[in-house]
Design a protein. Structure first.
Length: 119
């Protein structure tokens, strides 16, 4: 099983917001930038505008799982920040998954076609 690395430092998030490339849908915003580390790191942002802690944690868990399923399809050695938007708590897991795939394809960080998912 592959180990997942997280972005933790505020400076890493700020660098991505300032200098990274991004794309957005109604539920998610994806920022990315190469990191020269040889492995990818994921950061997730869920504002208090989304709801209470239970709601925010549910969104974070969903985003982490979506990333885990598609990690092999993404470019290696990148920093990726996923920002959950206000619509994210109202949609189901599969809509978030489609939006993540759409954004990663739009940004050009996908190296392989998506795996078939069962709904």
């Amino acid at each position: 099983m592959k180990r997942h690395f997280s972005l933790k430092q505020n400076s890493d998030f700020q660098r991505l917001y300032r200098k990274g490339k991004y794309a957005a849908t109604s539920t998610l915003v994806l920022y990315w930038r190469p990191n020269r580390l040889g492995y990818s790191r994921l950061g997730i942002t869920a504002s208090t505008k989304l709801g209470h802690a239970v709601v925010r944690n549910k969104i974070r868990r969903r985003i982490r799982e979506i990333y885990r399923h598609h990690e092999a399809e993404l470019r290696e050695g990148i920093d990726l920040v996923v920002v959950a938007r206000a619509q994210a708590p109202q949609v189901d897991y599969w809509k978030l998954d489609r939006d993540f795939q759409k954004l990663s394809k739009k940004l050009g960080i996908r190296t392989q076609p998506p795996k078939e998912t069962v709904q």
